[in-house]
Design a protein around this ligand. Structure first.
Ligand code: HEC
Ligand code: HEC
Length: 171
């Protein structure tokens, strides 16, 4: 944890008493979610918008709008991103990958080469990016050669795959 932004974010977290509502490392309140379990899986854009005004992304949120300065938002986001969300995937995820993705992608030894090798995707992309990509690649890459899977797979299956891939190469 040598990153000064992360350290500044942690100090601000203490000063602003976020622990009144949130747990980190098992300590804190239960009004909001345990941040080390969920926040690392969000995108920086989402976290930034949420810090500026929680209700703009979570309608009805009871988390207060804190009138934070841009620099304060930035360090809090860095602190949140330091939590690697370890969201479990199900046993179905590797099978879903084999059925839908190995026609183009490699993962470990398995798969083909018409898309990028995804063996280390978890070190480069977060879950939110991967999920959006699977749903509709053209949103992130207009000339994408990859088919959209929204409608082909259920939302639960896409979430499962995104968790599975965001863990690749990280452990
Ligand atoms: C009064 C209680 C309260 C306080 C104080 C509070 N929060 Fe929250 N927070 C919540 C609740 C409830 C949610 C869940 C609803 C939502 O997403 O807005 C939440 C959601 C979040 C999320 C989104 C988690 C996710 O990935 O879905 C983050 C990040 C967060 N809070 C960080 C903070 C930080 C950092 C502070 C201190 C600056 C803080 N909160 C202060 C209640 C609070
Ligand atoms: C027909 C071939 C094809 C299939 C099937 C396919 N992909 Fe892709 N995928 C690609 C190609 C090609 C790219 C490179 C960029 C582009 O064209 O979108 C890519 C890019 C990606 C990326 C972005 C990688 C990055 O670092 O930006 C992810 C994530 C991904 N694919 C996941 C999947 C998953 C998960 C499945 C199965 C549900 C899947 N793909 C099925 C061809 C495919």
């Amino acid at each position: 944890m040598a990153d000064p932004q992360i350290a500044a974010g942690r100090r601000l977290y203490d000063q602003l008493n976020c622990a009144h509502c949130h747990k980190v490392g098992g300590k804190g309140g239960v009004v909001g979610p345990a941040l080390d379990k969920v926040a690392g899986g969000e995108t920086e854009e989402w976290l930034t918008r949420h810090f500026k005004d929680p209700r703009s992304v979570t309608p009805g949120s009871v988390m207060p709008k804190l009138n934070l300065l841009d620099d304060e938002v930035k360090v809090l986001v860095a602190y949140m991103k330091s939590f690697h969300a370890e969201e479990p995937f199900t046993k179905a995820a590797p099978k879903l990958f084999t059925e839908n993705c190995t026609a183009c992608h490699k993962l470990g030894k398995e798969g083909a080469d018409s898309g990028p090798d995804l063996s280390f995707i978890g070190t480069a992309r977060d879950k939110a990016f991967i999920k959006k990509y699977i749903e509709d690649p053209s949103v992130s890459m207009p000339a994408s050669a990859m088919p959209a899977f929204k409608g082909q797979l259920t939302d639960v299956q896409i979430e499962d795959l995104a968790r599975y891939l965001s863990a690749q190469g990280r452990f």
